[in-house]
Design a protein around this ligand. Structure first.
Ligand code: NDP
Length: 238
């Protein structure tokens, strides 16, 4: 059955791979974008909606457009995220709060708005994209790791709050994935990371998309409040 799916940050990287996986499965897929050409994005079969998730008004407008064209969102993938890496002593308050505002509060904004329709429908699937570093920690990424760890408490609280309404909340925690976000790392940093990964390589975005697609499928109907690592074994033990 074709569902109304929303993937935030579906214009590139992991979000694009997730959105494409849902299109291939026959769903009606909306994505949010800030950069990029919507005409190009729509060639993938998406409804491309301009939206900055740090702005509640833009989130509201995006949902109105999606609801008009695809109906209420039944599957939400909160994927949009940013890094602003810096050691603590050099990290400004703005570096900290802006990352939290996108990764954690931005997720709150889109999840809260999606839940309006999900409560009415008495069903829904929400998947949040966290990171292995949310649980492992990462020097120079205190802001990012805090935001990604926050998503776990957020999802697990909502799993308890809304389980009786047949809405599931799960978290996917990727390891290092080949995207623009990791393209800024030097060859030396990359080699250092890969040496810690049991599978000995980065993930491809499609490997993250496969886990998300599963959590949104009927096969995952009894899974909620879970944190699924897709990290090549990097985070084993947390
Ligand atoms: P990219 O940097 O390639 O893409 C980030 C995406 O988030 C873009 O679509 C971007 O939109 C969107 N975005 C950022 N800020 C906002 C905002 N304020 N409002 C709306 N959209 C926004 O990252 P990845 O694809 O690598 O990462 C996707 C998710 O996966 C992120 O949450 C990231 O933290 C997480 N992740 C990534 C890992 C990796 O190794 N790459 C590892 C673990 C987790 P725009 O193009 O307009 O800027």
């Amino acid at each position: 059955m074709s569902r109304s799916v929303l993937v935030t940050g579906g214009n590139r990287g992991i979000g694009l791979a997730i959105a494409r996986a849902f299109v291939e499965a026959g769903d009606k897929v909306a994505i949010t974008y800030r950069s990029g050409d919507p005409a190009e994005l729509e060639k993938h079969g998406f409804l491309a909606v301009k939206c900055d998730i740090t702005d509640s008004e833009q989130v509201e407008q995006a949902y109105k457009e999606i609801e008009e064209k695809h109906g209420p969102v039944e599957v939400l993938v909160a994927n949009a995220g940013v890094t602003k890496d810096q050691l603590l002593m050099r990290m400004s308050e703005e570096d900290f709060t802006s990352v939290l505002d996108t990764n954690l509060t931005g997720t709150f904004r889109v999840v809260k708005r999606a839940n309006r329709g999900m409560l009415r429908a008495k069903k829904g699937r929400v998947v949040l994209i966290s990171s292995v570093v949310g649980l492992l920690g990462s020097a120079g990424q205190a802001n990012y790791a805090a935001s990604k760890a926050g998503l776990v408490g957020f999802a697990r609280s909502l799993a308890r709050e809304l389980g009786s309404r047949n809405i599931t909340f799960n978290v996917v925690a990727p390891g290092f994935v080949d995207t623009d976000m990791t393209a800024v790392l030097t060859d030396e940093q990359r080699a250092g990371i890969v040496s810690q990964v049991p599978l000995g390589r980065y993930a491809q975005p499609g490997e993250i998309a496969a886990a998300v697609k599963f959590l949104a499928s009927d096969d995952a109907s009894y899974i909620t409040g879970a944190v699924i690592p897709v990290d090549g074994g990097l985070g084993m033990g947390h």
